[in-house]
Design a protein around this ligand. Structure first.
Ligand code: CA
Length: 738
């Protein structure tokens, strides 16, 4: 039987069950203690300001902002490492980051110090040439927030600005640290409703004396907004809501009145509305405006969210705001009436490009929906929208109206349908790199389908009630395995790509196919190289002209984070954080032809790796992790209870522990639970025995008999796979649902 796993793209629900032998740690990484920061640091540490970022061309050796400069092109002018000598690139130093959860951060490098975040929003200042720690800071996020994060306990990085380091913690705080010492200067709680599952995983951006931050949580049912805080004091300057709230209350700002006209019927404010800005916020000094990449609806399905139709502004939109006032200048909605989790939160890059013979100041984005947008930054005019991966939900974008032409055959309001892209997108948050001179974008893309079907509850009752402790998607998750099994013959094959894509013509200059879809971000350099880390654990340097692999390093760990490059004392370095997970926890262990990721083979032990020409550090080669499923003690309960457990597992556990109880190697694989975990199962699930490690209590959502059913389901799944692995069966049973 074919994989359940590649089919599902996915997102995440809530965590469940952490078994006692979990490898998760929240400990401070084991490395040497450093000298007090004051003795090491120059007094000018982290003194990045707007002028310095605007003039980044004069200091190509630094990486001053999230996407290197305000333009966020992630294309470095450094050339010391180039096509001719990249074969001599080797490890300068590495650091074990003490985590087996995903690492997604882009470091900021300035004045010889590298500032970055790891899992659980921990912050590090490291001497970039040697790897010595200057300081570290742990915001001590409560472990139960692991359950509140749709897509792992990740963080994508810091902003360094006027001597301070700013970052968002998973539990929703914006925190300012002294860049020289790591001491806290101020912190504010950015969350408007503590009862909803808001999180922060994105990197704040800094400009014009302000810090901009959004949040995540649309899958759980929240309302999106972005807040600008005074960089010095932490005082709120403005807040822009991305979707309308309760219509019985006044509009917070005029744009909400306009947006409310595009929501019809339903009770979106009760479920949340969505529109979270969890990743991309870009400042544009040319027009003194800040662009928000706005996320999907909550719930995903529009027939529940807004049954009377409407575009549901500003879901899945790019919104341009005045940087000082937060009032809107223009917007462009990539997916009107979003129905598929097609966020427009993906990185946005700014460029000056000649389009149809005219120089334009453009914004470039490849959102989840599979079309690559080129937009005029002055007024939001759509200039191009070419597909960059396989797209089945729409035939094309009508360039007259700027709207997608949807494929009516894939309407899933009655029958479930395979759709490309799925909710992991044709491109997700993993960074792209823009090579303006070559006229191409180096893009980590994927063809990753999902089977969309309305939730059983809604189909049976016509009513959708928000579940405060779980995903609120409006699509069927609890019975997803069953949908997949029933539609297995029409399931498209997931694939991953690195593409050199021309956003104006829509042509691929070259394509590298990667045998797993969930790969890392991209860095291009004037040395003629494109660096990319993949799911198989390979960091590869490709020739940027033709995609030929010129150098490869086996990190033995799957990667999502983008490489960056910098120069210190005349030596160019390339760095990357390793460790996968994120939004793909749900898909779990892949089945052929999708390759087994390194993090499943070797474990997901995240590191910071830094390379230079002639580096002499050696990375230890890890042992492969045992994947033998232990023998199970089965009870005599019938298929009906197993099916009940399967549905509950799908709704509450699968997004972290993996579809059909097969983990992808990051979160505990419940088929491998120790006897001790079996004994303590209900304490773990209901009482939060392992909440400090991220496995929160579910007693607010699950009763004891629910936990018993889930436990029995997990044992049966483990038994099926063990029998298969031992050659006693030709195929494992994948569903007990009818
Ligand atoms: Ca989403």
């Amino acid at each position: 039987m074919r994989a359940l796993i590649w089919l599902v793209a996915a997102v995440a629900v809530a965590a469940l069950i952490y078994f006692l032998s979990t490898r998760e740690t929240q400990e401070t990484p084991q490395t040497q203690e450093s000298e007090p920061a004051v003795e090491i640091l120059a007094p000018s540490i982290g003194l990045i300001d707007d002028a310095r970022i605007n003039n980044a061309a004069s200091e190509p050796g630094n990486w001053l902002a999230y996407g290197r400069t305000y333009e966020e092109q992630r294309f470095s002018p450094l050339t010391q490492i180039n096509r001719d000598n990249v074969a001599d690139l080797s490890l300068a130093w590495y650091r074990d980051m003490g985590t087996n959860r995903a690492q997604e951060a882009t470091p900021i490098v300035v004045d010889g110090i590298m500032f970055f975040t790891s899992s659980w929003s921990r912050v590090f200042a490291i001497t970039a040439a040697t790897g010595e720690e200057v300081w570290s800071y742990d915001p001590k996020v409560p472990g139960e927030y692991g359950r509140r994060a749709c897509c792992d306990v990740v963080n994508r990085g810091v902003a360094v600005y006027n001597g301070r380091v700013y970052f968002g913690s998973l539990d929703g705080r914006l925190i300012a640290l002294d860049a020289a010492t790591g001491e806290e200067v101020w912190q504010v709680n950015t969350i408007i409703d503590p009862d909803r599952f808001y999180t922060i995983t994105g990197a704040p951006r800094a400009a014009k004396g302000k810090i901009f931050i959004g949040n995540g949580g649309a899958e759980f049912g929240v309302r999106g907004y972005v807040t600008a805080y005074d960089a010095e004091t932490g005082d709120q300057v403005w807040r822009f809501y991305t979707v309308p709230g309760d219509p019985s209350l006044p509009f917070e700002h005029p744009e909400m009145e306009m947006a409310a006209d595009t929501w019809k019927g339903g009770e979106w404010w009760e479920i949340g509305g969505g529109g979270t800005v969890w990743n991309s916020i870009v400042y544009d000094p040319d027009f003194d405006q800040v662009y928000l990449g706005v996320g999907n609806g909550s719930p995903w399905t529009r027939v529940i969210r807004s049954p009377g139709g409407g575009d549901n502004l500003f879901l899945s939109s790019i919104v341009a705001l005045d940087v000082d006032t937060g009032s809107m200048n223009w917007y462009y909605q990539t997916t009107p009436g979003d129905n598929w989790d097609y966020t427009a939160v993906q990185d946005m890059a700014l460029a000056d490009m000649e389009v149809d013979g005219v120089m334009r100041k453009v914004l470039l984005q490849a959102p989840k929906n599979g079309f690559f947008y080129v937009i005029d930054r002055e007024n939001g005019e759509l200039l191009r929208a070419n597909p960059f991966a396989t797209v089945t939900w729409a035939s094309h974008i009508d360039m007259e109206t700027g709207r997608p032409v949807e494929n009516p055959d894939l309407d899933f309001s009655e029958d479930e349908k395979w759709v490309l892209p799925g909710p992991l997108g044709a491109h997700n948050w993993q960074a792209m790199s823009v090579d303006v001179d070559a006229g191409v974008v180096y893009l980590p893309a994927q063809d990753n389908p999902f089977i969309y079907g309305m939730s059983d509850e809604w189909k049976q009752t016509g009513v959708y009630k928000r579940n405060p402790g779980a995903f609120n998607l409006g699509v069927e998750l609890g019975g997803l395995a069953q949908l997949v099994v029933n539609n297995i013959d029409s399931q498209p094959t997931p694939k991953g790509y690195l593409k050199a894509f021309d956003p104006l013509t829509g042509d691929d200059k070259w394509v590298v196919e990667i045998p797993h879809y969930w790969n890392g971000g991209v860095l291009g350099t004037a040395g003629g190289l494109v660096f990319h880390g993949d799911a198989l654990g390979h960091l590869t340097a490709y020739d940027k002209d033709n995609g030929e692999a010129l150098w490869q390093f086996n990190t033995y760990t799957s990667m999502l984070a983008p490489p960056i490059t910098f120069e210190i004392d005349g030596v160019q370095y390339v760095s990357i954080l390793t460790g996968s997970g994120g939004g793909d926890l749900f898909a779990g262990e892949p089945m052929p032809p999708v390759a087994i990721p390194a993090s499943l083979t070797y474990g997901n032990f995240g590191k910071m790796l830094v390379f230079k020409l002639g580096g002499e550090a050696e990375l230890p080669i890890p042992n492969a992790v045992s994947r033998t499923i232990p023998e199970q003690t089965l009870s005599s309960v019938g298929d009906e209870e197993i099916a009940r457990g399967e549905r509950l597992y799908g709704a509450y556990c699968s997004v972290c522990h993996g579809l059909v109880a097969r983990s992808g190697g990051v979160i505990a694989d419940l088929r491998h639970m120790s006897e001790g975990s079996h004994v303590a199962f209900n304490q773990i699930v209901l009482e939060g025995l392992l909440s400090a490690q991220g496995m929160a209590a579910f007693s607010d959502s699950l009763a004891e008999e629910d936990a018993d059913s889930i436990h029995e389901y997990v044992r049966r799944r483990a038994h099926e796979d063990r029998e298969l692995a031992m050659g006693k069966k030709e195929a494992a049973r994948l569903t007990w649902l009818q």
